[in-house]
Design a protein around this ligand. Structure first.
Ligand SMILES: Cc1cc2nc3c(=O)[nH]c(=O)nc-3n(C[C@H](O)[C@H](O)[C@H](O)COP(=O)(O)OP(=O)(O)OC[C@H]3O[C@@H](n4cnc5c(N)ncnc54)[C@H](O)[C@@H]3O)c2cc1C
Length: 550
């Protein structure tokens, strides 16, 4: 692809961009835009930036409140590189391998009533050895190797068609791919369109515990593997190739590092600033209005607010909002319950990341995604960060984080009433399946986050943790595109926009929104009168076309 001319056409006042929301995507966008010479004001309604990547401190215990698993650090690295900075100077990350420990409850299906444990490691040969020992035969190890090969292929297709560019549907991928060549056809065929993640996983690895573990790569997008398109199998290779990383200081260190970079680049960060409205005129954005009644004029807006809520609420009453609602078939991704448990002891059987699996994933996902009720036998993700950073808790203690996926908020869900009973379900599960005996007695401090809390704290769609669901075996991976074709000067970034949720994807989403905005500014396509004029701080951007995923 031919890169657009990166040189500024004029040395004048930069564009003024307002970023609504300081989640990871908003921060990423703000940094990239500022690095490219734009004037940026970032507003968040909360009194912190980082959105879901928040921190909770109590009585000597520290908890990451939201994301805990960092994959694809190359995406974060690239945001810093935009400003000519080295990520390592801002945040220290260490690899974790084994990546997850998996606890399975004994079932008749397993042929044993004993609980079993399997560690997921990055190296495929070592993993094959683990699987041979775990299952007692070669079927799963050979199938796992084949699956990782398929996953690698799908990861490659995502790199070529899906990542680092604004995509809102299948047609956009073709625009990028150019002529419909034999290579493109091969890539499209390899997408296994019409098949689900679960079916591809099981065609390679029928063993129910191993396939259940492999399903969980898609839990980063909060969707059912039985309804998600096969292309999402590519996530497995992304994880085995680049690994899982822990930022020292917790995941919270990531938004803190980005906020520091943003400050150095001159981004004005306004916390406690709730944006109620995006102002528009003549088919373009002109500014935003805060809850305090202040209007900030600008040339462009990046909305890190949920995509559906941006159209429904921030643009409410406009023709663009009405048109979006008419076509809107998006469904919220799952929500979750998080328990933050300060323990007076550690459980030696835990690694940093652990999954305590339900007995039957099909039944579990049916509860969460179809019936819309919490699963009676859930899978719990358990994070024990003192394994990597003992200072998160008093000596010999643990800041245990337990996340169970639940349905997004449905009418009638009252989590104040539902939480006490579900807490018992979760703690019983941990005792029964992962051997965390006596956990109730070990709890010194306890806090929780429910779907209602998630909904209100982060202003998401129906309490969704991961933006929009990726359901649909053909087109489920597509989210609203970053560059809005219906309103000049509006760009979307975040888990409910392309390319989707999870830390690396939202960081990429922010980068894409900034990149296409910057291209539009250079091409004079922004609504403001300053369009096409950039200041001398502009660094040389890489155009979306010229980039492969790192
Ligand atoms: C419990 C939990 C566990 C998770 N675990 C992982 C994990 O292990 N690994 C992983 O990769 N991902 C994980 N995720 C997902 C990941 O956290 C998200 O995909 C990502 O952080 C979302 O970033 P974002 O920028 O899209 O949005 P958010 O973090 O939601 O930020 C959006 C921000 O916009 C602000 N905002 C919205 N509307 C307005 C407005 N009108 N005016 C002003 N401000 C506004 C909100 O206050 C918020 O701060 C987890 C999420 C949760 C909740």
């Amino acid at each position: 692809m031919i890169a657009a001319d990166p040189q500024p056409s004029a040395k004048t006042k930069p564009q003024h961009v307002v970023v609504i929301g300081g989640g990871l995507a908003g921060l990423s966008s703000a940094c990239v835009l500022a690095a490219r010479g734009h004037r940026v004001t970032l507003c968040d309604k909360n009194d912190w930036v980082g959105g879901k990547a928040a921190v909770h401190r109590t009585n000597g215990y520290r908890f990451d409140m939201g994301p805990t698993i960092l994959t694809l650090p190359s995406v974060l690295r690239r945001v810093f590189a935009e400003a000519g900075k080295d990520m390592d100077d801002y945040v220290k990350i260490v690899p974790l391998d084994p990546q997850w420990r998996c606890f399975f409850e004994g079932t008749s299906q397993a042929g044993t009533s004993e609980n079993t444990v399997l560690d997921l490691v990055a190296d495929v040969d070592t993993m094959k050895k683990h699987l041979r020992e775990f299952t007692g035969n070669d079927t799963s190890s050979a199938g796992y190797e084949r699956f990782i090969e398929v996953s690698k292929q799908l990861h490659g297709v995502s790199d070529r068609f899906f990542f680092w560019r604004s995509i809102g549907g299948l047609a956009d991928t073709m625009e990028v791919g150019g002529a419909f060549s034999a290579a493109v056809l091969k890539d499209v065929m390899s997408l296994r369109m019409g098949r689900s993640v679960a079916s591809v996983v099981r065609s390679h690895v029928p063993e129910h515990r191993v396939s259940q573990m492999m399903d969980h790569f898609t839990q980063y997008v909060g969707s059912s593997p039985y309804a998600s398109p096969a292309v999402l199998c590519g996530i497995a290779h992304m994880q085995t190739e680049e690994g899982i990383w822990y930022p020292i200081g917790g995941t919270r260190a990531v938004p803190e590092a980005l906020a520091k970079l943003a400050g150095e680049l001159g981004v004005e960060i306004r916390t406690g600033t709730d944006i109620l409205k995006i102002e528009t005129a003549a088919g373009g954005v002109t500014g935003v209005t805060t809850a305090g009644g202040e209007t900030l004029a600008c040339d462009a807006v990046v909305s890190n607010c949920d995509a559906v809520r941006t159209y429904r609420e921030l643009l409410g009453g406009t023709p663009q909002s009405n048109a979006f609602e008419k076509k809107n078939k998006y469904e919220a991704a799952c929500s979750g319950v998080v328990l933050y448990l300060g323990l007076n002891r550690r459980y030696e059987q835990l690694l940093h990341h652990n999954f305590v699996f339900s007995k039957d994933p099909e039944v579990e996902f049916d509860w969460i995604y179809r019936k819309g009720q919490p699963a009676p036998d859930p899978t719990a993700y358990v994070c024990a960060p003192a394994v990597s950073e003992p200072g998160v808790a008093p000596e010999g203690c643990e800041s245990l984080y337990v996340l169970v996926h639940t349905p997004y908020l449905r009418p009638g869900h009252d989590w104040k009433a539902m939480l006490p009973g579900y807490r018992d379900v979760i703690l019983d599960k941990l005792e029964r399946t992962a051997g965390l005996e006596g956990i109730r007695d070990a709890i010194v401090t306890e806090d929780s986050l429910t779907p209602e809390g998630i909904h209100n704290r982060y202003r998401v769609l129906n309490g969704a943790i991961y933006g929009l669901a990726s359901h649909g075996k053909f087109l489920g991976a597509f989210k609203p595109g970053n560059r809005r074709k219906d309103l000049r000067g509006l760009y979307l970034a975040g888990g409910a926009a392309h390319p989707g949720p999870g830390m690396p994807m939202v960081l990429m989403s922010g980068w894409i929104a900034a990149d296409v905005l910057d291209q539009d500014a250079r091409d004079g396509k922004l609504p403001g009168k300053l369009a096409g004029q950039l200041d001398e701080r502009r660094s040389k951007p890489t155009t979306t076309e010229g980039v492969a995923a790192g």
